[in-house]
Structure formats: C-alpha cells, structure tokens
Design a binder for this molecule. Structure first.
Ligand SMILES: Cc1ncc(C[n+]2csc(CCOP(=O)(O)OP(=O)(O)O)c2C)c(N)n1
Length: 514
C-alpha cells in the first residue's frame, strides 16, 4: 500500500468521502489511489477557488468536512480566498496539498514555493507528512483537527515521494472532542442581565442559528423582551415560516449603529462583538454603543444551543412559544428590479426546504425581512468578504444535499471570480438555480465613492464599470453547458424561476437589473 493509498483509506474511514480537486503531477499517486480504492467521490473544479468554495458549501450543509486536493504552493494559493471565507464561517475542511518529492525540493524546481507558509496563513492546523509510514496518522490528525469545534481548516502537505512510497496501512479515526458546555455561572450571569430590565440583545451565531438554537432564543426573547439578532453575515441559518424571524445587523455602518442604539447589554452566543466591515473617517469601529456591556454566554467552540436551552429553562420560559409575525407577505411583485421587491417575489416562489446561497452584495442587502415568510429553508452567506462565493458554495451544497433545491443568488462582479463552478454543476448534474444580478457595475464601490463625497471620475469609471464590453451571462452559462435565460422584469423572473424550480439540474437566470 502506498502512502497515498493509506491516507485515502484513512480519510474514508473517518467519513470524509467527497474530494473537490484540481490535481497535478505531484498528486498523481493520490489520484491513482482514488482510482484504486473507491469510496471517495472526486469532483473536479476548474479553478482552485471553485475547489475550496465547493468544500466550504459542502461542509456547511453536510456538517462534516470534505477533502480538497490541490497542487503545490501555487494551486493552494489560488484557492486561498475561499478558504478564508470558510475559516470565517468556522467550516471544517481538510486540504491535501501535493508537493515536490522531499529529495527534489532542494534543487528548487519551478513549482517550489513556501507551501507551509501559504497554508499557515489560512489554516488552523498545518503539517507536512514526512514519510509514507506517517501519511495515514497525519490524515487522521487532519480530520480530527478539522472536526474540532467550532470547525477548523486543516492542511496536510504530502510530498510526492511520501505519496508513492510503501506505507504500513491506514489509520483509525481519532476521537473528536465534544463541544465544551458553558459554566453554570455564565448562565446565571445571563439570567441577571436579562432580569435587569435594561435593553438587551442576544447576538446569535454559529450553531445557535439552527432550528433548536433559534427556538431556545425565541423562548428567551418571549420571557424577557430581549431583542434577537445575527451578525451581518451568517454561515448557515434556518429561516422561513415557522422559524423565528431574526434579522441581521445591517451592513452600512450608520444603519448598524442605529439598529443597536440604546442597548445596555449584548449577550454573545457564538458571536463576536459586532464590528464595522471597514473603518471610515470619523466613524467608530465597534457598532454597539460605548456603554453597551458585552457578555459572552457561549464562545464559538462551546455548546451554544445547550446554553440557550439552559438559559431559557432558568428563566422559567414556556417550552413552546408563538413565533412573532414579521416581514411582508410573500407575493409576486411586477416591474423592474428593486431589491426588496425581488426578495418579496423570491419568497413567494422559494421551494420548500430550499438552500439559498447568497453572495448578492448590493442586490441582497434588503433580502432578510421579505423572506421571513417564505417556505422553510436554510440561508448560507459569504462570511469572509472574499466575493465570488456564491457559485462554488452552491455547487458544494448541492453535492451535500442532492434532494434539496439550491438557489444561488450571485452578483455579477463577484460571479466572474468563480464562474467555472457552473461547469461543475453540469458535470455533476447538480440541482441549482443560479440567479445573477447583472447590473454591469461594481455598484457597492460607486456607493463607497459617494460616501467619500466624490463623484465618479475617469479612473473610477474605468475600475467600477463592467459594461465595456458587457457581460453576456446567458452566453457564458451556455458555453459551460448550463441552460440560461435573461430577464428584465420581476414578473418574467417569476415565470422563469418557477419553471426552473419545477425541473432538475443546473439553470441560470440573468436578471438585468440596470
Ligand atoms: C476577493 C475580493 N476581491 C475584491 C473585493 C472588493 N470588492 C468588494 S465588492 C466588489 C464589487 C462587487 O460588485 P458586484 O459583485 O457586481 O456587486 P454589486 O456591488 O454590483 O452589487 C469588489 C471588487 C472583494 N470583496 N473580494
């Protein structure tokens, strides 16, 4: 058995059975092992940010890591932006990076790079396997690290000679530590804060955004009047009818400050104190008022759901509480694109149990309240700000959940970073309806310019306008085998979206919004 084979068997034994990949020569023995061993689904991504973005979307939905297979330092470097997003989402991920044979590397062949250094920049756990004998135990340790709460990026570098040399055998999975429980004092302190009568918000993130966490948070809100909120971006959230209608902190700094105005306490559940996405002259970095006290009920790696349930019980709240009414009634709106009207229309048409992957930038700003009353669904967002997250994340989510409709909401500028994922959707026959908001500009950056008190000049127009030449999303999609239709009104969108949801397989709707 080669080192590659022992590693692969170890990953499969640890229930890592999907590998998003873009391999090269240094990974040939790993690919041979994939052929020989079976049991690992290999999915090709035509760019490394597609590979890593797929692994992120997959793990968020499958609740277990995928492996990636990447080629040397440069291949890994190409995938870093989407590993960054995954890291910011606490996504578990096992990156296997092939590299030059140990004895070849000192001669400095062209692909030689500081692979470990690149890996360290975005990984919680990094190791280079030093011998074929060790490859299996290194693989088991990588999976253990990835699965350790709240979810980590583990990167294992496998030199080619480690992959091709004779190994002993595979390794058994290593135990994954359970999420630590919060201390009783933490719950008691939260009880005191909530009983103080002072304005309090529970900021929910991570596991707390699942159905059980939100349900417990709603019990607390009902018993105490505390507000519930999520950070501006969520890794995955249970939403729609029957789930508590919890909004997120707005993206624009002024709106965020306004939303948190008057708060005296913020109880953090798997969340950090809210910070502006960027600094602006004369504006604060932290969004909560300076006299708002922060209290961490549960850190991201702790069991936030159990903490919320415990807290709800301590407060004596009823086990089942009504879900408050919020947000407009879903309906099909007509006319040109407008963000809220789009969301209201989407809410009327969203299939039951859909997965919505959103990287819609300005087109997605107003999308939460109008979708409170859509069919129950999961919402998955870009968490690290590295745009181009939608297509690959949706692709990975569809691999994880073949029985659920995936709806990908992607802005056009962001979409151009990773559009190769559309090809993978066809190749793997994935059930994804992609909606591209084709405003043909980097609209958010025009907004930033305006915020800085400037009008557009020749350079900013050159840098923010995508209309010269215009992007033809129908043509781009068709070139990769994805059926596509262009729409310009909400009513036409509704027709096309409805029929796209009524069939299986990838589809793309270009919504010309400008
Ligand atoms: C990887 C990466 N590169 C660059 C940026 C900077 N950036 C932020 S938003 C944006 C343009 C967004 O345009 P688009 O996706 O079309 O959305 P719109 O603003 O038009 O809604 C850019 C380039 C980024 N966030 N991430």
């Amino acid at each position: 058995m080669t080192g590659a084979e022992s590693l692969l068997r170890t990953l499969i034994a640890a229930d890592v059975d999907v590998c998003f990949a873009n391999p090269g020569t240094t990974e040939i023995y790993l690919v041979i092992a994939l052929d020989k061993v079976g049991g690992m689904r290999s999915v090709l991504g035509l760019a490394e940010n597609v590979v890593t973005g797929c692994a992120d979307g997959y793990a968020r939905m499958a609740e277990k890591p995928a492996a990636t297979l990447l080629h040397c330092g440069p291949g890994f470097a190409n995938g870093i932006a989407k590993i960054h997003n995954a890291r910011r989402a606490n996504t578990p991920m096992v990156n296997i990076v092939g590299d030059h044979a140990t004895y070849h590397r000192p001669f400095d062949p062209p692909l030689t790079a500081d692979t470990e250094g690149l890996a360290r920049a975005v990984s919680h756990w990094v190791r280079t396997s030093n011998s074929a004998q060790q490859a299996a135990s290194d693989g088991a340790a990588a999976v253990q690290a990835a699965r350790t709460a709240p979810g980590q990026i583990a990167t294992l570098i496998v030199p080619a000679d480690v992959a091709w040399s004779e190994a002993g055998g595979s390794a058994s999975p290593l135990p994954v530590p359970a999420r630590p429980q919060v201390a009783p004092e933490a719950v008691q302190t939260a009880v005191r804060i909530l009983r103080s009568g002072e304005p309090t918000m529970l900021l929910l993130n991570g596991q707390a955004l699942g159905e059980a966490g939100l349900g417990a948070a709603q019990r607390i809100a009902r018993a105490t009047g505390a507000k519930l909120c999520t950070p501006t971006q969520v890794h995955r959230m249970a939403r729609g009818r029957g789930r508590p209608p919890v909004d997120r902190i707005p993206y624009p700094v002024d709106q965020a400050i306004k939303a948190l105005e008057g708060l005296k306490h913020m109880i953090l559940v798997g969340a950090k104190p809210p910070v502006g996405f960027f600094a602006y002259p004369g504006k604060p970095s932290l969004m909560a008022p300076p006299d708002c006290a922060m209290y961490a009920l549960a850190r991201p790696e702790q069991d936030g759901v159990a903490a919320l349930e415990w807290l709800a019980d301590e407060l004596g709240s009823r086990r089942v509480v009504p879900i408050p009414e919020a947000g407009p009634k879903p309906r099909i709106v007509t006319g040109r694109f407008e963000a809220e009207a789009f969301a209201t229309t989407l809410a009327a048409l969203l299939p039951e149990n859909a997965i919505v992957v959103e990287d819609a930038v300005t087109s997605g700003r107003a999308i939460f309240p109008p979708t409170f009353n859509a069919s129950p669904h999961d919402w998955v967002q870009i968490t690290g700000g590295a745009i181009g997250h939608g297509f690959p994340c949706a692709t990975g989510a569809a691999v994880a959940c073949p029985d659920r409709k995936v709806v990908c909401l992607q802005s056009d500028g962001g979409g151009m970073y990773t559009l190769q994922a559309l090809w993978t959707q066809v190749r793997e026959n994935l059930d994804v309806v992609n909606v591209v908001f084709a405003n043909q500009v980097y609209l958010i950056l025009y907004g930033e310019l305006h915020g800085a008190g400037q009008g557009p000049g020749p350079s900013s127009n050159n840098l923010f306008n995508l209309g010269r030449p215009g992007l033809d999303w129908v043509g781009l999609a068709k070139g990769m085998g994805v059926e596509a239709v262009s729409v310009e009104t909400l009513e036409r969108f509704a027709d096309v979206f409805r029929s796209a949801c009524g069939r299986r397989g990838p589809f793309l709707i270009e919504f010309r919004t400008s």
